[in-house]
Design a protein around this ligand. Structure first.
Ligand SMILES: *Cc1c(COP(=O)(O)O)cnc(C)c1O
Length: 347
């Protein structure tokens, strides 16, 4: 058995020999002065898959989200989002630090908001008030155990937003997982939003990068934003090739990651002292709580780590495990054995 088994995140994957080969052979140019042909190919394919006019490759998902917010909003504007979303919790409130924008968070259930929560919350035009400009959703929802937002809910919220003159942005870091889990295409998901960001370095297994997609003029402005945020990259084709390879080869196989997560979830369900946060697990993220009598999540994390199973403590009593293309089903079974052996010893 190959240890360690790294379930901390789907960002830990290593480029395969085939991907490295493809990257090594990538045609490159200076993407800041003119174009990098491989980056351009990646951007064209991404835009096409998501059914939007244009796409732009960026170093990280945080940058794509933050530039989208910056362009949709002016200083003194607010955007609406779910309180556990990545944009609000894990990006240093860059929208405030860098763009003078505030977030108004709404409490969701496992990351899912109800259309009714939006009724009457657009602030009226008044010199005292911030201006409500944007709705930002996340699919799949990271802190919501990889939950897929219900399609109809997203439809209702985005239609409500557009009818009220608001823009919509989707943090689709794991949108391909949502598409594979539901059979609803990324283009159909993306069609409900003005702009969408997707990550290549999560489940798709590329070493670096994300893309922001949307209308051509918006993406042109995003290119200025990328330069402003220090994300202008020159011969980016080397890494864009990894993303291109991932997009062409690693989408359908995400269903295997979902099967692995379902297997882990079943083991959690059968174990004493731990319980799934969200049941059923819909995609590749499993979050479970550990009873205080057994110890803290940090203690369990280090006990598992000593036995070669790496997980992430995400709250005092919560552990996260993420499946991805570098863990096999056999390793999942081995990880389950380790968890089963470790838990009783914790009490
Ligand atoms: C990983 C992730 C991002 C982007 O993270 P970076 O580390 O900046 O690439 C954005 N949103 C969600 C939901 C994520 O899980």
């Amino acid at each position: 058995m190959n240890f360690p088994i790294d379930l901390r995140s789907d960002t830990v994957t290593q480029p395969t020999p085939e991907m490295r080969q493809f990257m090594a052979q990538a045609e490159v140019g200076d993407a800041v002065i003119e174009v990098d042909p491989t980056t351009e190919r990646l951007e064209k394919l991404t835009a096409e898959m998501l059914g939007k006019e244009a796409a732009i490759y960026m170093p990280s998902g945080s940058m794509t989200n933050q530039i989208a917010i910056r362009l949709h909003c002016q200083p003194g504007d607010e955007f609406l989002c779910e309180e556990n979303c990545h944009v609000y919790n894990y990006e240093q409130a860059a929208f405030a630090q860098l763009s003078g924008v505030v977030a108004r968070t709404l409490p969701g259930e496992n990351g899912v908001l109800k259309p009714e929560q939006f009724e009457g919350i657009i602030r009226p035009e008044n010199d005292h008030l911030v201006r409500t400009k944007l709705v930002c959703l996340e699919n799949t929802h990271n802190r919501g155990s990889g939950k897929v937002l219900p399609f109809e809910t997203v439809e209702k919220i985005t239609s409500w937003a557009h009818a009220g003159g608001l823009k919509t942005h989707l943090d689709g870091a794991r949108l391909f997982n949502a598409a594979v889990a539901t059979g609803i295409s990324v283009a159909d998901w993306s069609g409900m939003f003005d702009t969408v960001s997707v990550c290549f370095s999560k489940g798709l297994g590329a070493p670096v990068g994300s893309a922001l997609v949307g209308p051509a003029e918006f993406i042109r402005q995003a290119k200025r934003g990328r330069k402003l945020f220090g994300g202008g990259m020159r011969q980016s084709g080397i890494i864009a090739a990894g993303a291109l390879f991932a997009l062409q080869n690693n989408v359908d196989r995400l269903s295997e990651d979902h099967e692995k997560a379902a297997r882990l979830a079943e083991a959690v369900r059968q174990s004493e002292g731990i319980a799934l946060d969200v049941d059923p697990v819909e995609t590749n993220i499993v979050i479970f709580s550990i009873e205080k009598e057994l110890g803290t999540a940090a203690q369990l994390q280090s006990a598992l780590s000593e036995k070669g199973v790496k997980v992430l403590s995400v709250a005092p009593q919560k552990i996260r495990m993420v499946t991805h293309l570098d863990v096999s089903m056999t390793q999942i079974d081995a990880a389950i054995e380790v968890i089963k052996q470790t838990l009783p010893g914790m009490a």
